[in-house]
Design a protein around this ligand. Structure first.
Ligand code: GTR
Length: 394
């Protein structure tokens, strides 16, 4: 068939992401039969049952695989970190909260980088507060507003007695394939750009969350042992990898994090490894591209990620209208991943047999999940259901 000129023109104008979405599979009957790597068999073929063998042998093996083949390193070395209060008064909630806008400066090998952290502290209560940090991957508001309440409900969190903070991902690594190096990669860790397992934007955002934690730990008004890390979508993928690297987070919440986050790669439902690596070449380590169209050759899958966070609490959420992120794959990977909590750490966790039978949030000890109506977003409904879990688990 010959396409008329106008159709050809229109086709070339359809954004790449839409073309990718059209190429994706949404038919459950076309999902390959799942043969997943076993979290409880070591590389030497030993069966792992005890906490000791898990923590000394298998967990480090799985961590290394995710680090080398998927996300890349989060470098830990630097010479010096300092915190400077840049602003204290521009506060949209003067009756409720105090705002600290903090410049965090890190020095390494004669170079330095400064990132900005925005922290709201409850005004009406005394004592030290549990903390919720949101990885904010959305661009900074050109008008200068710090808070988009639909995404980051600061007044509600403050009223419930939390301190809450956020940083803009772009202050450490812009979310742009051509410019992601214009942050800590150029300033502090240039050698990472030469490595096939070097960090890219996700590693840089995770590094920034860890520097935020460095600030919370020395803050007299914050109870850092009760810290919650939250990310939506690309921020959710980052939150999971950050918490796998940094045990200081008591609860980790990945909202609708989909491919390369919660969802099982081998299901190839919605976004796939190949699609994500082509659309966002600046997110994962270069090595991850080896698995474009070859998910089966990965020695891990995403159900092995919660085990890197266990026994600390982990929470996933999906939306029914967000098929791109594969809600069923998100649920299954958490259900399978929760076996580290039960089989290794002895928690009592019960997930429903079938994804299709879920009618209400699954809030278990240390592991939680919900799925709601509606589209891809971090909404107040998500926050409200998640906060019930937090209040039970913190
Ligand atoms: C999409 C991307 C997803 C997800 C999402 C988001 O375009 O394909 O992996 O991360 O963006 O961050 O909202």
């Amino acid at each position: 068939m010959k396409l008329p000129f106008l159709s050809i023109l229109l086709l070339t104008l359809i954004p790449i992401s839409m073309q990718a979405q059209n190429k994706a599979n949404y038919d459950e009957s076309k999902v390959p039969a799942l043969v997943l790597p076993d979290p409880f068999v070591s590389e030497k073929g030993e069966v792992i049952r005890s906490k000791e063998d898990w923590e000394k042998v298998r967990k480090p093996e799985i961590f290394k695989l995710f680090e080398r083949e998927v996300y890349g390193q989060i470098p830990r070395d630097f010479e010096d970190i300092s915190f400077a209060l840049a602003q204290e008064n521009e506060n949209p909630y003067p009756d409720l909260a105090r705002l600290e806008e903090v410049d965090i400066t890190v020095r390494r090998q004669g170079q330095s980088h400064t990132m900005r952290l925005n922290l709201f502290l409850p005004k009406k209560k005394s004592g030290s507060f549990p903390l919720i940090l949101l990885i904010n991957h959305r661009p900074m508001d050109p008008e200068g507003s710090l808070v988009d309440e639909a995404f980051w409900p600061v007044p509600e969190l403050i009223k419930r007695g939390f301190a809450t903070a956020s940083f803009h991902a772009e202050t450490v690594s812009p979310d742009d394939a051509d410019r992601y190096q214009e942050g800590i990669l150029n300033t502090l860790y240039p050698e990472q750009m030469e490595m096939a397992d070097g960090m890219k934007a996700f590693g840089a955002w995770g590094w920034a969350a860890m520097r935020g934690m460095d600030y919370f730990e020395q803050h007299e008004k914050i109870n850092a042992a009760k810290s919650v890390l939250v990310g939506h979508s690309r921020g959710g993928k980052t939150a999971l990898w950050t918490s796998a690297n940094d045990p200081r987070w008591a609860i980790t919440y990945a909202n609708e994090s989909g491919c390369g986050g919660a969802a099982l790669s081998r299901r190839k439902f919605g976004e796939t490894v190949e699609i994500i690596n082509s659309s966002f070449p600046h997110w994962f380590a270069d090595n991850f591209r080896k698995y474009n169209g070859r998910e089966e050759s990965l020695l891990i899958d995403q159900h092995m990620l919660p085990g890197l966070i266990a026994p600390r609490a982990v929470y996933y959420a999906s939306a029914k209208g967000d098929q791109w992120a594969d809600p069923k794959g998100e649920f299954l990977s958490l259900k399978l991943g929760s076996r580290v909590y039960t089989d290794i750490y002895g928690q009592k966790i019960q997930f429903p047999e079938a994804f299709e039978s879920i009618t209400s949030p699954i809030h278990q000890k240390s592991v939680g999940y919900h799925i709601r109506e509606g589209e891809h977003d971090l909404s107040w409904t998500d926050w409200e259901i998640f906060l019930e879990f937090v209040e039970k688990n913190l």
